[in-house]
Design a protein around this ligand. Structure first.
Ligand SMILES: C[S@@+](CC[C@H](N)C(=O)[O-])C[C@H]1O[C@@H](n2cnc3c(N)ncnc32)[C@H](O)[C@@H]1O
Ligand code: SF4
Length: 397
């Protein structure tokens, strides 16, 4: 278990400074008005400043979230490169002032932490961004319970890449890394994260459907991961069609190799809605493949899309999605995610809906459907798996 120590230092100039040190992260709170959290390399992870919550990605991207009083929506915004540079400078200056005022009262361990944090200036942040770009292709998405996972791109892109609503991997061709390329990738990842690696609790295998790789190649790739990063639990996305390709014995082998949960986008349990999405597979196939995966002792995360099918198909989308969840026999290690549909006017999905004359849900009807799916999913699964929201704009690596 992680141990934490908290020190409170009070000075006439600074007021009360709380410092919470855990093995892999340090949080500084300035009079409970501003807080800053850093990893063991001194890399900022998050801060709360002037009413805004900022999350810093390893990529160098920074996400700002402001929770407004209802009914105003929550603001989520990725900062521009200039704004990132300015925020790094602001955080650095703010923490430098605290360091100058509290150094006399710090233990050697805390002095070490502060030296690391002060070394992480705008230049260091820029070097980190460049290293990220030579290590990874953009990490488009992972499931919310894996936001603190270490991502390894054993594959790049999506082997299908043609679902009407999904633009995550349109910028790249599908590719499976060779064992040699994967070892090199992991070594770059280790150099990028340094001691920040200690914070990562699991490994997420990128990109869109990593387990679609043939069993023989997967065996080789997982062996490389175990050599380089032993004893880690593994997680991955898999589409329905890809999931169908493996036998229960093959899944059991993956379970023995550390695979703990596979995330599948069911999106809708209704055939008519499903067909509008141009997804491979079908809701019925999803039920049988989930059964096979679970028989091998691997948990599943099932993702539903709220809002697909617009107004006219809404009742059947909700009813059939819930009945598919019931048929899956999900249990406590499984998860259900509900993702509100976010599409641009020029997406294939939007133009298909337009051609069919299907009117999209208003934002209040979308909220209602999300509630129906969330409450209904809990009832349909007798409260066994966790049911949660999945917002694709909240993701940052
Ligand atoms: C990487 S994708 C899916 C994993 C796997 N490739 C599959 O198709 O089953 C992860 C999830 O993000 C969600 N997603 C993708 N595009 C979205 C969009 N435009 N709006 C909302 N959610 C979206 C979908 O629910 C999707 O299943
Ligand atoms: S939803 Fe999944 S299968 Fe479809 S394009 Fe996106 S990543 Fe690929």
């Amino acid at each position: 278990m992680d141990t934490a120590t908290t020190s409170v230092i009070t000075t006439p100039e600074l007021g009360s400074i709380h410092i919470n040190a855990r093995p892999w992260a340090l949080t500084i709170s300035d009079n409970l008005r501003a807080t800053f959290t850093f990893d063991r390399e001194g890399r900022p992870l998050s801060c709360f400043l002037n009413g805004g919550n900022y999350r810093f990605g390893i990529s160098g991207d920074i996400l700002l979230k402001i929770v407004a009083a209802p009914p105003a929506p929550k603001l989520r915004q990725l900062l521009s490169e200039d704004e990132c540079v300015r925020l790094h400078a602001t955080v650095h200056a703010h923490v430098a002032r605290i360091v100058a005022g509290v150094t006399h009262a710090l233990s050697d361990d805390l002095r070490g932490w502060f030296a690391q944090i002060m070394a992480w200036d705008e230049d260091r942040a820029l070097v980190n961004r460049r290293m990220f770009q030579s290590t990874y292709l953009p990490i488009s998405i992972v499931p919310p319970d894996q936001y603190r996972a270490l991502v390894l791109q054993i594959t790049e892109g999506c082997s299908w890449n043609r679902c009407t609503f999904c633009s995550f991997y349109r910028d790249r061709h599908f590719r499976v890394k060779s064992p040699v390329a994967l070892r090199q990738h992991i070594q770059q990842v280790k150099a990028l994260l340094g001691r920040g690696l200690g914070m990562r609790r699991s490994i997420f295998l990128g990109d869109a459907n990593a387990l679609i790789v043939s069993q023989q190649r997967l065996r080789e790739l997982l062996q490389v991961i175990h050599d380089e990063l032993p004893a880690q639990d593994l997680y991955a996305f898999l589409d329905i069609f890809g999931a169908e390709q493996k036998t229960t014995d093959e899944y059991a082998e993956l379970r023995a190799a550390g695979v703990r949960r596979v995330y599948i986008g069911l999106e809708s349990g209704d055939e008519a809605v499903f067909n509008l999405l141009n997804k491979p597979g079908s809701p019925q196939q999803c039920i049988t493949t989930v059964e096979r995966i679970k028989m091998a002792g691997i948990h599943v995360g099932i993702i539903l899309l709220a809002g697909v099918g617009g107004q006219s198909l809404a009742p059947q989308h909700v009813a059939q999605s819930l009945s598919v969840l019931t048929a899956m026999g999900l249990d406590a290690g499984d998860l259900v995610y509900i993702s509100p549909l976010i599409v641009s006017d020029d997406s294939d999905y939007t133009s298909r809906m337009r051609d069919l004359g299907i009117v999209p849900l208003s934002s209040s009807a979308l909220d209602t459907q999300m509630d129906e799916l969330k409450t209904g999913a809990r009832l349909a699964t007798q409260g066994r798996p966790r049911v949660a929201l999945y917002h694709i704009e909240e993701w940052l690596y």
